[in-house]
Design a protein around this ligand. Structure first.
Ligand code: GAL
Length: 825
């Protein structure tokens, strides 16, 4: 029977080289050292700090030199902790995040966290009864250039940090007590050149799995369940199953596919007899009908499960599960259709990292991010510019978020074709994925060479998945040969024609905005601060390249476009599908418009912790139906008494009145049809209460900003007060500094110390400040403009988790969470 064990726990980790890298062997089994278990570590995970001694012993043994000293490899003056510098870690893990920022290396694109080498080593046992099964180790993602050894054998290199890969290690393993312990060594090396122009992290940053199954089995990523036709009464589904027979002899068996709804009820079943020759694969198609199908849609993301069983000699020898949805997607000349209904793409582009964890996101952090975007009214996520962790796609399937899944590099070399295949086969059952993107703004795009390569990728994609439209994101539409033209920044790029003219001139053309806006701002910042590396939320006066423009601080460039301008562009070009805003969240690296001291990008609508910037409410007001009104800036300007302050309101209401300390400052009208969602007043500052009262269809909504008094207390609030005691689950705890009346002090920067006790730990910290150089992995953090975020992770035992946050001179906060073995329903 198939099992899939999570292989994330009890690894040892070492930064920097540990010895000579040997990938070739003269004779099988000659290479040992760290890639083999040593007698003394039998049944013991590699003991903390022992690696140097172990390496030394091995080298003494192998070279026959009893006087060999490990310092001969590392240099005599290498500090001792470098030699014995192995530490215990659980995955996912991003080792680069644990290193200090370095303005001299690393560079702005990588957020000043330097590249390097990191090793992971794990000792594990395989029981005797597993002999006779196929054993596969699966890596969802390793950053990058990984090299892997198992029990002295070099197993393989994998280059891309973004694609999943696996190795069959059946024969290399040792089974049972008598054969002994197994060792896997993984070298990760980010020094060989970056894959992207954003922070890419380093290490085994996604899950690792050990899968065991019969020699007759469903191939890896071997099912494809697709909706052919559907109406209210029934859906016609095709299930494509690739079976691998790794026995030397032909095998007769049957494939039974059972379709279950989310309650686990059987809704359809099909069984087909097959025969596959020895050491061969075979693909079998089955048609099933599902009566009264519950469609996957954005409001009701219904899921189904296909259970594939291989039956040989009346025994079930393999069981494989595929989660899927019943739905259709189509991209027409006027945009996206889901289940035959038009859907405006309300999209954000996103890289994969997050505060406190870098690229190593626990599953619940993926889910948190998707929920934050949904709350904004966003309905589509572009995986820029590479395919994501599987758990992000699972969250999108469950929560109802459309996904554009993107290939990293648009080249048709064998190696890049393999990367593309890995994305397509792994992900093609996710109902959330509505489109494949073959790449983004490739340098050579538009050339004959680029088009030849693109065509090859396009044809391969269509063969592996004929059900979804395919695009490639580009700055120019000319010369592109893809099904749907992906337009980046059409609102700003001045070509020979407008996008509308271009579109009208080609009766077959379809276009989707794949990237828009690129507006930079730091949360709660209302004036550019070059020294601090932060941009104004009104729109910065700095250009993309850090040049200061003479436009004052109001209405400056703020990036490639502004939210307002991009939205109006879409209203005037509705055929272009919607918007994909660059970006949903801030990310590390690409610190535009400044370099050091900025270490984070500023493009996010949400900051690096997922806290809303002001523009979040602009998008809410254009993407959500309910009435929205938002007021900026905060109302704490003691240095500006009597001076003019611009007050901006984002709204989808037709009329807004601004009131300061009970005095009306006038009403303004916004016409949403014309794309008017931003209103502005210039107000002579006086402390007190500023209110925006808005009306839509007789409904009133209001927002207020009050002048606060000095910082008084620390406040903690968790998004979830109960965690699963699985050593993985995370609660996102918002930390704020408040005044005596409980109002968040919007300019507070107090240093907070954290202490976590009981059945949980502090996984990481962030505050969303692009210019902050405190470590995400320490136990102190300054709040930035009033807020910080603490990620609290469960351990493996149920019980209380107590978090204390304290700061000099402030009333501390205590929060208790519960870690449970199971949630009550
Ligand atoms: C785009 C690019 C993104 C990001 C953005 C910044 O052209 O596709 O990856 O660099 O610019 O504005």
């Amino acid at each position: 029977m198939r099992t899939r064990e999570n292989f994330d726990r009890n690894w040892m980790f070492h930064v920097g080289e540990v010895g000579k890298i040997v990938k070739t062997v003269k004779k099988a089994g000659m290479i040992a050292g760290l890639t083999n278990a040593l007698g003394e570590e039998r049944h013991e995970p590699f003991a903390l700090g022992e690696a140097g001694r172990v390496t030394q012993n091995v080298i003494r043994e192998k070279t026959g030199d009893p006087n060999f000293e490990i310092s001969q490899i590392y240099g005599a003056d290498t500090p001792k902790d470098k030699i014995t510098g192995w530490v215990g870690v659980n995955l996912p893990h991003d080792w680069r995040l644990e290193q200090p920022y370095n303005p001299e290396s690393g560079g702005a694109f990588q957020g000043y966290l330097p590249n390097g080498v990191g090793y992971y080593r794990k000792v594990f046992q395989i029981p005797q009864e597993d002999e006779g099964k196929k054993i596969i180790i699966e890596f969802d993602g390793v950053m990058r250039n990984s090299s892997i050894w198992v029990n002295g054998c070099f197993v393989g290199d994998h280059l891309s940090g973004y694609t999943s890969f696996h190795y069959d290690i059946t024969d290399l393993l040792k089974y049972g007590d008598e054969e002994g312990d197994n060792v896997i060594l993984v070298r990760t090396d980010t020094t060989g050149g970056d894959e992207g122009w954003w922070y890419e992290g380093g290490g085994i940053y996604r899950h690792v799995w050990l899968t065991k199954h019969d020699y007759l089995h469903v191939d890896r990523w071997g099912t494809f369940v697709r909706t052919e036709r559907m109406d209210n009464e029934r859906a016609a589904i095709t299930v494509e199953t690739t079976v691998s027979n790794e026995y030397p002899q032909p095998m007769k068996y049957s494939i039974r596919t059972s379709i279950l709804n989310l309650d686990g009820e059987l809704v359809a079943v099909k069984e087909s007899g097959c025969e596959t020759s020895g050491i061969d694969k075979q693909t079998v198609l089955q048609s099933v009908q599902v009566a009264n199908p519950l469609l996957w849609s954005l409001d009701m993301p219904h899921l189904y499960e296909a259970i594939t069983e291989l039956i040989h000699d009346r025994q079930i020898v393999d069981t494989y599960r595929t989660v899927f949805g019943i739905r259709t997607v189509e991209y027409r000349r006027d945009g996206l259709y889901l289940n035959g209904k038009y859907v405006q793409v309300k999209g954000t582009c996103n890289h994969q990292d997050f505060a406190g964890v870098g690229i190593a996101l626990p599953d619940s952090v993926h889910e948190y991010k998707i929920k934050r975007l949904l709350e904004m009214g966003c309905n589509a996520y572009r995986c820029a510019h590479h395919s994501p962790a599987p758990e992000l796609l699972d969250a999108c399937d469950r929560l109802g978020m459309l996904v554009m899944n993107e290939n990293r590099i648009s080249e048709s070399t064998e190696i890049k074709l393999d990367d593309l295949k890995s994305m397509l086969y792994r992900d093609r059952n996710h109902p959330s994925i509505f489109m494949w993107s073959l790449g983004n703004e490739e340098k050579i795009s538009g050339s004959y060479q680029a088009n030849r390569m693109l065509k090859r990728l396009h044809d391969l994609t269509k063969r592996i998945d004929p059900t979804r439209p395919v695009t490639a994101a580009n700055l120019s539409q000319e010369g592109m040969d893809v099904e749907v033209n992906g337009a980046n920044y059409a609102e700003s790029i001045k070509g020979r024609q407008t996008i509308g003219e271009w579109f009208q001139s080609l009766p077959e053309a379809k276009v989707l905005n794949t990237e828009n806006v690129s507006f930079f701002s730091a949360r709660g910042v209302y004036e550019d601060d070059r020294e601090g590396g932060r941009c104004s939320s009104y729109g910065s006066k700095y250009t993309m390249f850090g040049k200061e423009m003479d436009v004052g601080n109001l209405g400056g460039a703020g990036g490639t476009s502004t939210p307002e301008r991009s939205w109006r562009y879409f209203l005037n070009n509705r055929f272009s599908g919607g918007l994909f805003v660059w970006t949903g969240f801030d990310y590390r690296g690409e610190t535009t418009p400044f370099q050091w001291p900025s270490v984070l990008s500023h493009f996010g609508i949400l900051d690096y912790c997922g806290f809303a910037k002001d523009s979040y409410y602009f998008y809410q007001s254009v993407w959500k139906d309910e009435p929205i009104v938002h007021l900026m800036p905060h109302w704490d300007w003691p240095d500006r008494l009597g001076q003019q302050v611009e007050v901006r309101v984002y709204t989808n209401c037709s009329e807004v009145e601004l009131i300061l300390n009970g005095q009306s400052l006038g009403k303004k009208i916004a016409d949403a049809e014309l794309g008017e969602h931003t209103l502005s007043w210039h107000v002579a500052y006086e402390p007190g209460l500023l209110e925006a009262i808005a009306y839509r269809d007789g409904v009133m909504v209001a927002e207020r900003k009050e002048t606060t008094t000095e910082a008084y207390s620390v406040h903690l609030e968790a998004n979830r007060s109960e965690l699963l005691a699985d050593g993985q689950d995370v609660s996102m705890v918002t930390v704020s500094v408040r005044d005596e009346s409980g109002r968040v002090v919007p300019v507070a920067g107090n240093l907070i110390r954290f202490h976590v006790a009981g059945e949980g730990k502090l996984l990481g910290l962030g505050n969303g400040d692009p210019g902050c150089h405190e470590s995400d992995k320490g136990d102190t953090r300054c709040v930035f403009n009033g807020y910080a975020l603490a990620l609290i992770q469960s351990l493996e035992k149920a019980g209380e988790i107590r978090i204390v946050a304290y700061s000099e001179g402030l009333v501390p906060a205590v929060l208790t969470l519960q870690a449970r073995k199971k949630f009550a329903n």
